[in-house]
Design a protein. Structure first.
Length: 76
């Protein structure tokens, strides 16, 4: 079962409340997305730590309901 774009955004914002989230459905199939996320929480974290925060916010859905997500992160 695919994960809707709005559900991905909701999960990220629940875990990273100040996040600005832009998500695009790359294939039109609700399975392949790109996400650009900005948050103050990313300040002073390296890219790996930033991406770990995003993956944690998805609560195990990555690789299950969510097939592919390309992530771009940056601090505010």
């Amino acid at each position: 079962m695919a994960l809707p774009l709005e559900e991905i955004k909701k999960l990220i914002i629940e875990s990273i409340p100040d996040a600005t989230v832009e998500i695009k459905d790359l294939m039109g199939d609700n399975n392949h997305y790109s996400a650009k996320i900005k948050s103050k929480l990313f300040n002073n974290l390296n890219k790996i730590e930033q991406h770990k925060l995003v993956y944690k916010s998805l609560k195990g859905k990555m690789g299950n309901e969510l097939h592919a997500l390309s992530i771009t992160t940056e601090g505010k």
